[in-house]
Design a protein around this ligand. Sequence first.
Ligand code: NAD
Length: 295
Amino acid sequence: MKKKIGFIGLGNMGMPMAKNLIEAGYHLQVYNRTTSKTEELDATSITICRTPAEAADGVKILISMLSEDEVLKEAVTGEEGILKTFPAGAVHISMSTIAPDTAEELCKLHKISDNTYVASPVFGRPDAAAARKLFICISGDPDAKEIAKPILEFLGQRIVDFGEKVSGANVVKVAGNFMIITSMEMMAEAYTLAEKNGLDRAQVADFFGTTLFNVPIFQNYGKLIATKQFEPVGFKTKLGFKDTRLTLKIAQASLTPMPTAMLVHNRLQSAVAKGWGESDWVEGVSRGVSEDAGV
Ligand code: NAD
């Protein structure tokens, strides 16, 4: 018989991850707010659940990939939440990008219920998720991490352990997204500067991406920004905005001055205010920089 896993959240990231787990031979007890999304999954490999509590019922492992803190908290602690049914000894692998204090709070609540919460946020867009190329950061209880790792190996190319404090991986994730978004702002400004001075943005991006800035973020995001390719939507601007809020929240709590974080926060705040929240964050940044420059 196939091994059962609870799975919550079939968004841009959760969907390809769920497909990979099914391909790896797991049976998913799956919950998504919009049930029709489950139609994309092999019907013989899933049990469709009406609530997070149903998805968590009787499983040893549950994965969640929800949008943000409040949504995850409701899925865990709500009237029909995970903790209503999650068995003793079970492990919740929480893969959303959320605040470290949310991770600590949910970890405590799981402990009270005799089960475990592990933080496993990821780097990589939906195409990387589909190709099992995610970089996965993990932190929390050592035994639970050992249970989680073999499953995470079906989802990512590398799993890096950031220790026993459950929120450690969340801090790494937020710090990483801060570096990505500031790199995006920098590239958008540089390529717009080139454009306004009569140069081909794509050629300039290709030059830097293959020489001085020969790394994935400058190659992949560099190309999207230079060519103003905003489709398909892989990561929504409103979620990027959420991540800049998380950066500022952690920075304030730990007395860490981050002037650049404020700048990119304003960039995405402005993008959401203009109605681009559902657009890819490449558009949120790149279009904003172009408009400021009148191009
Ligand atoms: P998404 O918006 O595509 O999907 C969000 C999921 O949350 C969906 O399943 C949706 O049904 C659910 N959801 C949202 N609001 C809800 C509510 N009020 N009640 C119940 N369910 C609700 O987001 P995504 O791009 O899949 O991202 C998921 C998480 O992964 C986020 O925390 C994001 O920051 C992080 N992340 C995304 C990417 C990316 O490239 N998309 C990469 C790394 C990490």
